[in-house]
Each structure stands twice: as structure tokens, then as C-alpha cells.
Ligand binder design. Structure first.
Ligand SMILES: [Zn+2]
Length: 69
């Protein structure tokens, strides 16, 4: 039962994220750069590659991977 909750890692278009068009996978609240708690540089190809986001409504944290757009 080590499987990570798949909702905690989503791949999104970075531009959409920057425009708050990405919905929290837990409650549907729109999230964007203001709610990033940590950026990650360890996943290619373009920095920043991923970020940890904390939803302002439900307070869940999840990983946002920036896919090619
Ligand atoms: Zn939420």
C-alpha cells in the first residue's frame, strides 16, 4: 500500500498554470504561481520543472509538473 495518491502529482501546461487555469485536484479551486511553496529543478526539460503547490482552499499540497506546451 505504498502507492502515492495519484492526485498529488499532476502534469500541467505552465502557461495555463501561470494564468490560474489549473484546478486543484482535490477541491477544484484554481491555483497558480501565488500558491507555490517550493520549486523543483530536478525534472527536465525547462526550469523550473516542477513545483509544490498548496491549495488556498482545501490546504492540500500536491506536485505540479510542467509539461511541454
Ligand atoms: Zn484544493
Amino acid at each position: 500500500m505504498q502507492k502515492i495518491d495519484e492526485r498529488r502529482r499532476i502534469t500541467v501546461d505552465r502557461r495555463a498554470f501561470n494564468h490560474y487555469e489549473i484546478a486543484c485536484p482535490f477541491c477544484g479551486e484554481n491555483v497558480g504561481p501565488r500558491f507555490v511553496t517550493r520549486e523543483h529543478l530536478d525534472i527536465p526539460p525547462n526550469p523550473p520543472y516542477a513545483a509544490t503547490v498548496r491549495c488556498p482552499r482545501c490546504k492540500e499540497e500536491f506536485e505540479v509538473l510542467f509539461g511541454a506546451s
